[in-house]
Structure formats: C-alpha cells, structure tokens
Design a protein. Structure first.
Length: 561
C-alpha cells in the first residue's frame, strides 16, 4: 500500500459499483457513475477518500442487440491491467467456512494532480472453492443468496480489508444500502460496553452512528435489498445474535436500507424532492438533501473544455465560474457544439450505419431501460410524431441497458426498436448498443436536446441532464428529481407536464405540445434565442449541478461534525 494513502485519516466510501473508466466495467449505470464522480471530485478538491467496491471481473454485461432484442454477454476484464494486487488478505465466514478476499489497488488520478485510492475486493483466489471464487465476478448477478454473499464481502470484508491495510478511517459513507453490513461489523468491534450509569449494553450504537453516513438513492422499492433472517443466519453463522438487531434492521427481513438508516448519524437523499419523499417513506429519521452533481472534466467534451479554458480559466476546479458564460461569443458556443455534434453523428454512422443530417436537431435519450423510466413515452402516438416530423424534422438517438432479469425492461428495448422502425420514414433514428461512459459523453455533448421522461416521483435525481448542461445542451424533461431544481421554463430548457403525480397520464400530450409549438420552432427559426438557452444551461445549471459543489457539501455537513 502506498504510504501516502495511509498516513492521514480518510473517509471510506463504500459502493457496490463504481465507474472508473469505460474499459473497467465495474458499473451498471447512474449509481456507479455517481460514485466515480464522487472520487474524481475528491481528488480535485484534495478531500482524502478511499473507495471500496467489488472487482466484478465479469462486469455487469456487454450488450448486443439482435433483431431488436438485448443479448447479454460477460464483460470480462483483467484487473492486473489497471490495478495492483495488494499483499493483504482477509477472510469472511460464509456458510461456516472461511472465504478469503484480497484487494486490488486502483489509483484514480485527477486531472489537477490529486490521487485517490480505490480498493477492489476479489474472492477469485486459490484458497477458495470454485463457487466462492465467483462471488465477486458478476455485478448484480445471481440470486438472492449470491447477492447476500456479495454484500457480506463488500460490507464486512471491505471494512476488514481497510484495517488490514492500515488505513486510518475517520468516517464511513455508504452509497446505497448494499454495504450496510459494515455497520454490523462496527457493532461487533464496539461490543460489550458500559454506559454512563454502569449498565452493560451489547453494542455501542452511538459510537457506530457517529462513524457512519448513508446516502439513499431511490424511492423504488426494488432498489432496497431485503434478506430473510433464516438466510442471513445460514450465511453468517455464529456472526452475532440477529435477534438483537431486529429493531435496527427490521422485524421480518434484514432490510439494508433500514439498517443503514438506524446506524448512520447523517442520512441524505440525492435531490430536494427525493429527500422529502424519503422523509415520508422513513418517518422518524432526518433526511437531508444534497442534490447530485457530475464531474466537470469528465463530462465536458473537448471543444467546450477548450472554450472554457480560454474564457473561464479555473472552471474545472471552480465550476461556479461557468455563470460567466455570457463572456463567450455566441458563434464560438455554436461552433463548439457543431464539433461535438459532428463527432456524435460520425459515431452513430460507425455503430449503426445510419447517416444523420447535421442541420436537423437530434434528440437524445439514454437511460437504464426499466418501466418507470418510460423510454417509450415519446412513441405513445406514432401518427402525432409523423405529423410533427413532417413539418418540423427531427432525429433521435437512444441507448440503454435493461437488467438481465428485468423482463419488462428487455421487452421495452424490443418495443423501442419496433417503434423506431415504424417511424423511420419520417424520423431518422438509431439505438446504440452497449451504453457506457464513452458513449454517454458522445451523446450528452452531441445531441441538441436531452430527453428524460420518468414516472413521478420515482426519479430520485438523475444526472444525465446535468452532463448535457456542461455541453450547452438543454433538457426537455419531466419535472422530477434534479430537474425540479434545474428547470427554468424556456430559460434552461423545458418541462414535460407539471410536478403533480396526477399529470403522469397526460405527459405524452405535454411532450408533443412542447415539441411542436416550442422546442422545434425555436431550433429551426431562431438560432440566437436557441444559443441563449444553451448558455443558460451552462451558466445556470452546470455551474451548480456539479460534483465539486456536492462534495464540498458532504465535507462540511456530513464528514466534519
């Protein structure tokens, strides 16, 4: 272990997935990308962190589209190519046997010179039997038993690994509930003590709470892991008396979110609206709001980065400088966008064989393909689309993966391909397979408008529209998550419907109305007004919805207390 990483106290950031770079498939989507941006921002602002995740040797999956249907392939990568094996090994007891875990050190190097260690946990060791060697292979793979084993390795094994490596940990930050078992490991470490009145208690809960922070990311029930106690007890034999922690983790199931809530001093949601929803979901807890942000250097394309470097030096470290974007001449903003758009259209042609027209607006939609994201909302009325496109042409680029076990999500991908084919006579479109960080950057910088149409109030935050804003791309989105804070109608972009759950059923009508009467006429007929909105997306949204503001708030509100 590099001595420079262990000589000072650090915040241990635990996450099931983390997006380090496109070539390292240790992430599935927004949660992992957010985790990567957390660590990148930490490197930039010199905040001492250490990230702990799984090595996920077989990745999430590599997506192939065949006849409109998703086919999943293992996305194998070699940790030795990017990371260094660590000497330390620790063991966790699973099903009554020792499972050995070693770590790989990936050093995330920030563009401003900062560095952060990332520990990737790996059970693929000769000491382990074959099925145990695969525990850390598949991100979000397998059944409930497999998931619990992964979370044992992440939470319990990750904490033990940090101690074995000599890290001095100031606090622990759980990115979602997947790593909440680390709190149980802390309980065991601070067991059997006497309170101020000399009464012996099993666990020092206040001590553990003081060490832990928890960020919840979703109001969707499926996003909160629950494990039956008989399963937990069979996997963690003789680990502790689980009857003693039911009041902390739930009576019927070990609820990882509930466990994290009860054993964390600081709890936050990832947008103002999400914090309010979480407060209602979990009455009795104080849920703070720290709205997500994205990493400026990672999510700004080269043409815009060069423009900002010239006119707003220091923007990468102080993204609030982007409020001064009006200093940049309109023609340079448009030129930077034209360059990014040309790069995207070149990639679209290379990947799909479809040649887009650079003079016609391109709408982009790229999400995890699942029902509540409503990727098919735009296609609710195919005849309406044809009528709009006939008079005011537009083009469409889509991308996204569905979890292999999400049959509705996989069905949506097939349905989208049918819709795209049915309107191909009037709307040139492409669905690009295997959505990853590189493709995401091309899309959020190269389209003209970013679409997002989730079912309210299920979008906790969303970050793709924030990435688009760094490249001057306005959003046309449902008022949910971060867009409730970022949307200034007709200034930074446009809203689809209002912020009432009751309007979900009429969102398609709102979407077509905005397309036909506001967005497309402005693009086709008033270039100057369009560039003004592009500048507003940069100056009013990118300047605020960035990872540096997010991490400075975590530091002052959660870590320093």
């Amino acid at each position: 272990m590099h001595n420079e990483f262990i000589h000072q106290q650090r915040i241990a950031y635990f996450t099931m997935e983390i997006a380090l770079k496109s070539d390292i498939p240790t992430y599935s989507g927004g949660l992992g990308v957010l985790a990567g941006d957390v660590i990148r921002a930490g490197a930039d602002i010199q905040l001492p962190l250490v990230a702990v995740s799984l090595v996920s040797r077989a990745g999430y999956f590599r997506q192939q589209i065949s006849n409109g249907r998703q086919i999943e392939h293992p996305d194998i990568w070699d940790p030795a190519r990017w990371a260094v094996p660590l000497d330390a090994k620790i063991a966790v007891n699973i099903e009554g046997r020792e499972v050995w875990v070693r770590g790989w050190l990936y050093v995330l190097k920030g563009h401003l010179g900062g560095q952060e260690p990332v520990i990737l946990l790996d059970t693929d060791l000769d000491e382990n039997r074959e099925d145990d060697r695969q525990i850390t292979h598949y991100l979000y793979g397998g059944d409930t038993v497999y998931r619990l084993k992964q979370e044992i390795v992440l939470g319990i094994g990750g904490l033990r690994m940090l101690h074995a490596l000599g890290f001095q940990i100031r606090q622990y930050h759980m990115n979602e509930g997947h790593s909440a078992l680390l709190a149980l490991e802390l309980l065991r470490r601070y067991a059997r003590f006497e309170d101020e009145e000399g009464i012996e208690l099993s666990y020092d809960i206040p001590m553990v709470r003081e060490l832990c922070n928890f960020t919840t990311h979703t109001p969707v029930e499926a996003g909160h892991d629950k494990f039956p106690y008989p399963l937990v007890e069979s996997q963690l034999r003789d680990y502790m008396d689980f009857s003693e922690i039911r009041q902390l983790a739930g009576e019927d199931y070990l609820n990882m979110t509930r466990l994290a809530l009860n054993l964390s001093e600081y709890v936050n949601g990832v947008a103002m609206s999400h914090a309010r929803i979480s407060q209602k979901m979990y009455p009795g807890y104080h849920v703070h709001a720290i709205t997500n942000g994205v990493h400026p250097h990672t999510w700004t394309c080269r043409s815009f980065a060069a423009l900002y470097d010239r006119y707003l030096p220091g923007w990468c470290h102080e993204p609030q400088l982007l409020v001064r974007v009006d200093q940049i001449p309109d023609e340079l903003i448009w030129g930077a966008h034209a360059e990014a758009k040309a790069a995207l259209l070149e990639k679209v042609e290379a990947l799909s064989g479809i040649r887009f027209d650079p003079d016609i607006p391109v709408f982009g939609f790229a999400r995890r393909m699942t029902e509540y994201k409503r990727p098919d909302l735009l296609f609710s009325d195919l005849e309406r689309i044809r009528r709009i496109a006939k008079n005011q042409p537009f083009q469409l680029v889509m991308a996204g993966k569905a979890h292999p076990k999400d049959e509705n999500g996989r069905r949506l991908i097939a349905l989208l391909h049918e819709h795209l084919a049915s309107v191909s006579d009037c709307v040139k479109s492409a669905f690009l397979s295997n959505y990853d960080m590189d493709l995401a950057l091309s899309m959020v910088s190269g389209v003209d408008v970013w679409l997002n149409t989730p079912l309210r109030p299920l979008e906790a935050s969303g970050t793709s529209g924030m990435k688009a804003a760094f490249n001057g791309i306005p959003s046309l989105s449902v008022l949910d998550g971060w867009w409730l804070e970022g949307c200034i109608e007709g200034v930074t972009g446009w809203a689809v419907g209002d912020d009432s759950d009751r309007s979900n059923g009429t969102d398609a009508g709102f979407l077509y109305e905005k397309l036909e009467k506001t967005v497309l006429p402005l693009y086709h007929d008033d270039r100057k007004a369009w560039i003004t909105i592009m500048k507003n997306a940069i100056g009013k949204n990118a300047s605020y919805f960035n990872s540096h503001r997010m991490m400075r708030r975590y530091a002052t509100e959660a870590y320093i207390r």
